[in-house]
Design a protein around this ligand. Structure first.
Ligand code: B4P
Length: 191
């Protein structure tokens, strides 16, 4: 199986590049952001719990997100592989993912980290906010909080994978196809 973690700050292109990677490698895509927005739109209990965190640019509690992903993995055990997009976002989530995959005799092949500077992130997210309808893309203060939360709670996850020699930094600025080619080159070096 080819199991990838696509990592990077909000607006770094994770969702954009995941769409292209799932087509090329025929992987099952798990975007915790998309799953949570689906729960909010469905008005579920989980969605109600997640909404207040997401609107402020805070992370949804680990217990909620971890349970959600385990369920999705179990529904797709015959897949060629997975892309985890926007997950894990805390070291606790990374540890839980490793444990959960190990229990199923699978593991992460590599982590690809899209690197984009702060001002470009804000510009992209405000731009997406013009059409996405996402409350967390419209307000610059919320965007700044998402980046702050990323730096504090999510950035340490890179070190977690670096210690396992699974970290690959990818320049996330430029044309979408150019960035995709950089990702493919890194993926093709994975065992
Ligand atoms: P996500 O849905 O993961 O949102 P994101 O990080 O903002 O999106 P992404 O990074 O995929 O966007 P993309 O660059 O593709 O999370 C939203 C919220 O959900 C979080 O704040 C949190 O509250 C919650 N959440 C999700 N997962 C969680 C977890 N595991 N634990 C706890 N809470 C969790 O796109 C951005 C824009 O840039 C697009 O408009 C795109 O067109 C543009 N773009 C992309 N590439 C470009 C390029 N090369 N040049 C120019 N523009 C580009």
């Amino acid at each position: 199986m080819l199991n990838l973690v696509l990592f990077g700050p909000p607006g770094s292109g994770k969702g954009t590049q995941s769409e292209k990677l799932i087509t090329k490698y025929q992987l099952v895509h798990f975007s915790t952001g998309d799953i949570l927005r689906g729960e909010i739109n469905a008005g579920s209990q989980l969605g109600k719990e997640a909404k207040s965190f997401m609107e402020k640019g805070e992370l949804v509690p680990d217990s909620v997100v971890i349970g959600m992903i385990a369920q999705k993995v179990d529904q797709n055990l015959n897949a060629k592989g997975f892309i985890f997009d926007g997950f894990p976002r805390t070291v606790a989530q990374a540890e839980a993912l490793d444990k959960m995959l190990k229990e199923r005799s699978i593991g992460i092949s590599g982590m690809l980290s899209l690197e984009v500077a702060h001002d470009e992130l804000v510009k992209r997210l405000l731009n997406r906010g013009l059409s996405s309808g996402r409350a967390d893309d419209k307000d610059e203060n919320v965007i700044e909080n998402r980046i702050k939360v990323y730096n504090k709670e999510t950035a340490p996850v890179a070190d977690f994978y670096n210690k396992q020699n699974k970290f690959h930094g990818i320049k996330g600025v430029g044309e979408i196809d150019e960035i995709f080619n950089r990702l493919v080159s890194a993926i093709d070096t994975l065992a």
